[in-house]
Design a protein around this ligand. Structure first.
Ligand code: B1M
Length: 209
């Protein structure tokens, strides 16, 4: 669809204002939120990711694209709330220590909130101690960890170990591009999902259990 292509292209060029206007137009045209997110915003970010990998674009271009992505995603947030299916539960979420990538984490947060869960956003570069102290102080049922770098994935194991050492009845969910189910099993985390929507579904199940 032409409008979704335009969102993807403007995002790749880092045109945040234009992305925002196009997303508004897509919403007004009743294009499903999931389609706008996946075929517009995430598609554009995926192309930027490939170009970044191939050294065709560099950090500044990726940063402005990320800003444009956030500008569009923010508009979708209220629409993700599903009327009448409000779950109850408290979650703290963050990107692990050493890692500054937050786009995926923000999407997971939006989806969790869309399901009615209360979310404490710890931001990026979050230490295992901060996750554990927050979960304890705030009474969270779930700790959600995101990592985008292979070098920061091991911090997720530190989080699992810290939760077990503190003897907390808290589930640890993990995700992010390099994370896999095998890694989840290996470090003894409670759940892995490949995308934000399924993360929210899993979180709801944990909170209902
Ligand atoms: Co970075 N970066 N980056 N980067 N960056 C990657 C991750 C990389 C794969 C690019 C590449 O080389 N191909 C590579 C990592 C390589 C590796 O580890 N093997 C990389 C690198 C190397 C770096 C730097 C080291 C570059 C440098 O400085 N030389 C540096 C590290 C900085 C740091 O963190 N300490 C760096 C910096 C940056 C920017 C600041 C420029 C920017 C981040 C901006 C920001 O986040 N605010 C950036 C970006 C944008 C990327 C790419 C291009 C896109 C990441 C992204 O946002 N994707 C990325 C390449 C790529 O992934 N193709 C890359 C979109 C996002 C929606 O996807 O986060 O995977 P993702 O989230 C998904 C799922 O994974 C899942 O849900 C989302 C979709 O529904 N998910 C979860 C995420 N968290 C979840 C948690 C869950 C469940 C699901 O449960 C709790």
């Amino acid at each position: 669809m032409e409008l979704l292509n335009q969102i993807s292209e403007k995002l790749q060029k880092g045109k945040a204002k234009e992305v925002k206007a196009l997303v508004e137009q897509a919403i007004a045209e009743n294009i499903p939120v999931k389609t706008i997110l996946e075929e517009g915003l995430l598609s554009g970010m995926g192309i930027i990711g490939e170009k970044f990998k191939n050294n065709e674009v560099f950090v500044p271009e990726v940063l402005v694209a990320a800003r444009a992505m956030n500008a569009g995603a923010t508009l979708l947030k209220p629409l993700l709330a599903e009327a009448g299916v409000a779950a109850t539960g408290k979650v703290c979420i963050g990107t692990v220590e050493g890692d500054l990538h937050d786009i995926g984490k923000n999407l997971v947060k939006m989806m969790l909130e869309g399901k009615g869960l209360e979310v404490i956003d710890l931001g990026t570069n979050v230490s295992p101690e901060t996750y554990v102290e927050t979960a304890k102080a705030e009474g969270c049922q779930i700790i959600c960890c995101s990592a985008l770098l292979t070098t920061t994935m091991p911090v997720m194991k530190d989080v699992v170990d810290a939760v077990r050492a503190a003897d907390l009845d808290v589930k640890v969910m993990i995700g992010g591009a390099p994370v896999t189910q095998a890694f989840c099993d290996q470090i003894g985390a409670d759940g892995y999902t490949p995308d934000a929507a399924s993360a929210a579904e899993m979180a709801v199940k944990f909170c209902q259990a």
